[in-house]
Design a protein around this ligand. Structure first.
Ligand code: TEU
Ligand code: CA
Length: 557
């Protein structure tokens, strides 16, 4: 019997270092998470996804793992982990861990040995190539700026790193690498965890021959993601991983896949259960761009609503009955949902946070809530590059402003204030106490200074808060099979202000109608016999939608 529980589950993503500090060192930890499980039960979520908590030099906040079987000491001990897992299960929750196996840390013992010579047992665990004309083997660039190749004199060769030089890519063509990875996975699965989120898993199969990537005339390097995404052996690797590991456990899997298309996702998240349960696609979060390709994701544009409607609807309709969608607005790599897709000005923040929540949670797929999204936490307004903590932002500023001089500092700060990952890493806002109840000492990273107004304690005292709206949406997903199994049809695709769609299942129909604008608009979707299930204003005026108003009607014929 094909497991189905992931189709009804709602996932809550916790960025451990920013969630709850329990030992007054200003850094979130495992015991802190355990203290907050009752809160998650009250919200109503089913699964917790933890970003990496393994031993790491923290070059990329834990996405550079130096030992897959040790807990990063700042988060606690393996006993703390075992206690947390037991407590999660006692609260009838599930725990999904982050699997980072496209690369390791350069401090991992496999790499420390691999780089010593061309003949040691780990020599072929990474992607080593001879120089070409004294230079890097091809034109690939790193996602964190600079070349994707670093030279090691001991071997007189370069090694590949699609991310930081401290994150060498594993050689998945080597069967020993795959077997070692499967062993690390079994170590955690045998402890009883309930699934894996798989980091950039569609990058693990590199194109044969490592050919040059497409390179715009003005860019310093080629776009390695374009060259590497969905490589020739990816299906084979995922099917082998499924046969050898995943299929032996009742778990949930989600593959993070930058640049993945619907066609590829239908393969990787196929309902036949032979690969992964679902993928994280990026097409909606990558909307908005600029004329200069050298700037990549850095711009200050809001996504266009018509583009957003078409992108999300395409994923709904093309995967229907073939594969399963994940549903998300943000995560630890994205700016805060209400700032990016809503309107975080005080007069509209809560309304638009509820509106975007309803819009997403009415769709087919597994919803993911990023810690703080459920109380409408917002982006910060950083004023200087020294306030940023993330390697991606710091390196991009250095390369684009100081080295290539493509953009001035003020403009780049505006772009970073729109898209930087740092916005997702400010500590969780629990109360209006000093340090927002996150810690009793200065947190490792800046708190958003609006925490006295935006925090869990305040949200719990307001029946119309974003928190209770999320709680109701989660409850509806658990109650209405239509939300899980219903068909999806976008309505009025070209309307520039309203996002409206219809779900149908047996004799039931659901309408979701959201006004993404600050104008009052009229709509004509409601029918007399419809029941208003959830609504982000106090009262329903029927045929009009006030600024950022959203409603969900339910009909049984
Ligand atoms: O992210 C991969 C990824 O594509 C994002 O980093 C993307 O490049 C950008 O940040 C968002 O547009 C995963 C992890 O989620 C991220 O935190 C890690 O930094 C990265 O892989 C390397 O492990
Ligand atoms: Ca701590």
């Amino acid at each position: 019997m094909q497991k189905e529980w992931f189709k009804n589950a709602v996932v809550y993503q916790i960025y451990p270092r920013s969630f709850q500090d329990s030992n007054a060192d200003g850094i979130g930890d495992l015991r802190g998470i355990q203290q907050r499980l009752d809160y998650l039960v009250q919200l109503g979520v089913d699964v917790i996804w933890l970003n990496p908590i393994y031993q790491s030099p923290d070059v990329d906040n834990g996405y550079d793992i130096s030992d897959y079987r040790k807990i990063q000491p700042i988060y606690g001990t393996m006993q703390d982990f075992d206690n947390l897992l037991a407590a999660v299960h006692q609260h009838h929750l599930k725990l999904m861990m982050d699997l980072v196996v496209n690369h390791t840390s350069d401090q991992h013992r496999w790499f420390l040995e691999s780089k010593q010579s061309r003949t040691n047992p780990y020599a072929d665990f990474y992607i080593w190539r001879d120089p070409v004309d004294g230079h890097a083997p091809n034109n690939w660039g790193s996602a964190f700026s600079g070349s994707a190749w670093t030279y090691v004199p001991e071997r007189q060769q370069y090694y590949l790193h699609l991310f930081a030089r401290e994150q060498p890519d594993l050689n998945w063509e080597n069967k020993k690498v795959r077997q070692h990875v499967y062993e690390e996975m079994r170590f955690w699965l045998d402890k009883g965890i309930d699934g894996f989120r798989m980091d950039v898993i569609n990058l693990i199969s590199k194109p044969f021959g490592l050919p040059d990537a497409p390179q715009s005339s003005t860019a310093l390097y080629g776009d390695s993601f374009t060259a590497v995404t969905d490589g020739p052996r990816l299906n084979g690797f995922l099917q082998e991983m499924n046969r050898e590991v995943l299929a032996h456990y009742d778990i949930m899997t989600v593959g993070e896949m930058p640049d993945v298309t619907t066609a590829a996702a239908i393969d990787y998240a196929n309902l036949n259960g032979k690969e992964l349960d679902m993928v994280f696609q990026f097409q909606h979060v990558d909307l908005g761009g600029n004329s200069d390709p050298r700037l990549g994701k850095w711009n200050d544009e809001k996504p266009d609503l018509v583009d957003l409607k078409k992108t999300l609807s395409t994923w709904q309709t093309r995967l229907a009955n073939k594969a399963w969608n994940s549903l998300y607005w943000n995560n630890h790599d994205q700016p805060r949902a209400v700032s990016r897709f809503g309107d975080d000005r005080p007069q509209y923040r809560e309304l638009s946070a509820k509106m975007i929540a309803l819009t997403l949670h009415g769709m087919q797929g597994t919803p993911y809530i990023y810690a703080g999204e459920e109380i409408g936490m917002t982006n910060v307004n950083f004023t200087d590059i020294s306030e940023f903590e993330d390697i991606e932002a710091i390196n991009a500023f250095e390369q684009l402003v100081n080295q290539e001089k493509i953009v001035d500092a003020t403009t780049m700060l505006r772009y970073l204030n729109t898209r930087s990952r740092d916005h997702a890493r400010t500590p969780m806002q629990w109360s209006d106490q000093l340090y927002s109840g996150f810690s009793t000492v200065q947190p490792y990273f800046a708190l958003n200074q609006n925490y006295p107004e935006i925090n869990v304690e305040k949200a719990k005292q307001d029946p119309n808060s974003v928190f209770y709206f999320y709680q109701k949406l989660i409850e509806l997903r658990h109650q209405l099979p239509l939300l899980t199994y219903g068909t999806y049809q976008l309505l009025d695709p070209d309307d520039p202000q309203i996002f409206a769609y219809q779900r149908q299942y047996q004799n039931q129909t659901l309408f979701v109608i959201s006004n993404f604008s600050e104008q009052t608009v009229r709509h004509a979707y409601s029918q007399e016999q419809g029941e208003l299930l959830i609504h982000n204003y106090a009262e329903d005026l029927g045929q009009t939608l006030r600024p950022y108003e959203s409603k969900m009607y339910y009909y049984q014929s």
